[in-house]
Design a binder for this molecule. Sequence first.
Ligand code: BGP
Length: 476
Amino acid sequence: MMSNKFPEGFLWGGAVAAHQLEGGWNEGGKGISIADVMTAGSHGVKRKITDGIQDGNYYPNHTGIDFYSNYKEDVALFAQMGFKCFRTSIAWTRIFPKGDELEPNEEGLKFYDNLFDELLKYKIEPVITLSHFEMPYHLVKEYGGFRNRQCIDFFVRFAETVMKRYKDKVKYWMTFNEINNQADFEEDLFPFCNSGIIFNEDDNREEVVYQAVHHELVASAKVVKIGHEINPDFKIGCMMAMVPIYPYSCDPEDMMLCEEEMRKRWYYADVHCRGAYGNYAKKMWERNGLNIVIEPGDEQILKEGKVDYIGLSYYMSAAVKANLETKANEAFKNFVKNPFIKASDWGWQIDPVGLRYTLNILYDRYQLPLFIVENGFGAIDQISEDGMIYDDYRITYLRNHIEEMEKAINLDGVNVIGYTVWGCIDLISFGTGEMKKRYGMIYVDRDNEGNGTLARSKKLSFDWYKKVIESNGQQL
Ligand code: BGP
């Protein structure tokens, strides 16, 4: 017997980000975002942020999958799958092309009016991320991104503009996508994309990143407060990349290390959800000699801007071991392979039970509704002779995760309000810049070099997910 139970009104759907699928990078008055100056990567080759548009570089975001022109056709496919919600971001540069203008770009605002109207036509609830790795490049170059406190005001102006404009069309908002991703400040890519930071030679990188994060947290809190004034029915969330960390063994040192690694997530979530930094955070600044400037009034703002729910991405778990003899590299020191679980082709350790665990620890800590706004399986799909893509491996991944989410709801009592499959339509992978790392239930004919007709077709997972939604998760 089918026994999976999901609450009535559960928000099943799909998720994307503007810069990973829209294309039309310079259409409709849009300005250049940081994503527009990121080169294509490939297996083993890192993406790079260039100094603006240069000849000879391929920028996958420029055309994406041309959702900008095709959105009606794509939304119709989402509706066919029965989506209750659709998560995307508003490209900041469509609204404020450079980021520091006083007046918004009407053509950009109109595009999202049209998109939201199209979604609402099918009763699909838009779920909107305000900042998903796509800061105006002008703010990066001229202001130094979020290391500069002025960017708080620019972001707030952007958020206020779109929240006012779409106050009757959008109810669910999130401020910064995966705000905790930038904890890996040794890596170049993530700080760039979240905060728009360009490091100088003599930077104390840790200090620069945590200062920028403080500005983002203040900006987020201001937006939560303003949003609730614009429409008290708004649900405004944060968005956390949740990779739960396990201790490699029951060695107490492993356990303590695990606790410290988890703090790299709580650092952000505590401020978003409790309205204040944890004591461990302040001690960390002290221990590491970081001078984080908190201006008078900031603490009050953080207190007044607590989020309504926690949006989270979940793809994998990780494990740490203290006293490692050899370290793979400094940025990922102490991370080890978990011998109990398998990894994807990109080394992401697949762990459905880890999702149930994650939902539990988040709910225990904050007692806020949880919204899984990203979960999915990146793979190289093969087209069969009959033209079909039999992505049963994707179905297996999604099914196993949905089953664990169901346990968290029904066996543990966690309040989960929705679930959106990441990259419900094939799009450009953020981490690698590849088109061939596909997540979609809808295939898009486009390759790594940008060739292909852009035609859409259904994969096996399309009908499977349609049934899942139709049966409200009873039929997996
Ligand atoms: C998250 C990002 C998304 C998305 C996803 C998959 O970190 O929020 O933008 O891309 O991961 O990652 P990737 O595209 O690198 O496979």
